[in-house]
Design a protein around this ligand. Structure first.
Ligand SMILES: Nc1ncnc2c1ncn2[C@@H]1O[C@H](COP(=O)(O)OP(=O)(O)O)[C@@H](O)[C@H]1O
Ligand SMILES: [Mg+2]
Length: 309
């Protein structure tokens, strides 16, 4: 069996190499007003969170999120190309098809407190969005690191309450950049809104069965019904987009974005005019071979989707 990917990293690859070779090429798009998404997909324990966040206390160990923030700020501040920019971020967690705001603990659905109920709304010229999700204005890459530290704490508090559910939840960190760009020919300025979603997905083993987790029959049943609808739907959406891009005719099949919250919120990134990167993480262990093959198949299916408009 052989697979073809754009890049392959080894256990000795550094965080910097992963960032430079996967993320750097799509920055230009975000700073031109497009929406881009990076997913980390793989079995629990294979390095998804390490890839996305890394160790925040050492700069050389920073993962994709802090590096993206630093790169965006350095582009915005370099030269005279960008004016009046504003960078905001949000951090959404989807667990069991429920939404939680990682920047505002205790006001999520998970705690059943009556804060603003988070809800995915369709519409607006910028596509689907999550109503009630807080956004923080950030002025520097250090601000983002501070925000991520807080979010990590919130996630840990949640984890004990949710019976260590982090391997079963999806986390979407979004950076929004609004700025004016000076046109090269000197004819004026262009205002744009770029978005970068950095997604740490639930462990891929959860896509198969949620059996064995959860403390009671009721919980288990609910998990079987719900917990990884997002991961399964993402797989279906990816394979349908792939089929569509391989078919010579423009077909009118309904892509099931609406079947899960993850795919609804990321609809524009998956099927719209944007670039998406999937980082598939694997375990080197022989005992994980089945999971590793399934991860490779998933990533292979996603590779080569070209959306037609
Ligand atoms: N490339 C790597 N180099 C060094 N340590 C890593 C690497 N990838 C993962 N780890 C470590 O392995 C453990 C599991 O990684 P983690 O990112 O939490 O996995 P996941 O999020 O996929 O469940 C963590 O302790 C992490 O620091
Ligand atoms: Mg993780």
């Amino acid at each position: 069996m052989s697979y073809t990917f754009d890049k392959v990293f080894t256990a000795f690859s550094t965080q910097e190499e992963v960032f430079e070779e996967t993320l750097r090429p799509i920055f230009g798009d975000v700073l031109n007003g497009y929406e881009s998404t990076i997913f980390a997909y793989g079995q629990t324990g294979t390095g998804k969170t390490y890839t996305m966040e890394g160790d925040l206390s050492k700069s050389e160990m920073h993962g994709v999120i802090p590096r993206s923030a630093a790169a965006i700020f350095s582009s915005l501040e370099e030269g005279e190309l960008y004016k009046e920019y504003c960078v905001r971020c949000s951090y959404l967690e989807i667990y069991n098809e429920e939404l939680a705001d990682l920047l505002l603990p205790g006001e999520s659905e998970l705690d059943n407190k009556k804060g603003t109920k988070l809800e995915i709304m369709m519409g607006g010229k910028n596509g689907p969005y999550c109503r009630g999700l807080s956004e923080k204005v950030v002025k520097s890459p250090e601000d983002i690191i501070e925000i991520m530290r807080l979010a990590q704490q919130h996630r840990q508090i949640g984890e004990t309450k949710m019976n260590k559910a982090s391997s079963r939840s999806h986390c979407i960190f979004t950076l929004k950049v609004k700025a004016k760009k000076v046109l090269k020919d000197g004819s004026g300025e262009l205002e744009f809104n770029g978005k970068l979603h950095l997604v740490d997905l639930a462990g891929s083993e959860c896509a198969k069965s949620a059996a064995g987790h959860g403390s009671s029959e009721v919980t288990r049943e609910r998990e079987r019904m719900n917990i990884n609808r997002s991961l399964l739907t993402l797989g279906r959406v990816i394979s349908m987009l792939k089929e569509q891009s391989e078919s010579s005719k423009k077909t009118n099949v309904r892509i099931p974005y609406r079947d899960s919250k993850l795919t609804r919120i990321l609809q524009e990134s998956l099927g719209g005019r944007c670039k998406t990167v999937i980082i598939a993480t694997l375990s080197p262990s022989v005992s994980a071979i089945e999971e590793s093959i399934s991860t490779l198949n998933y990533a292979q299916a996603a590779n080569g989707i070209i959306n037609k408009w």
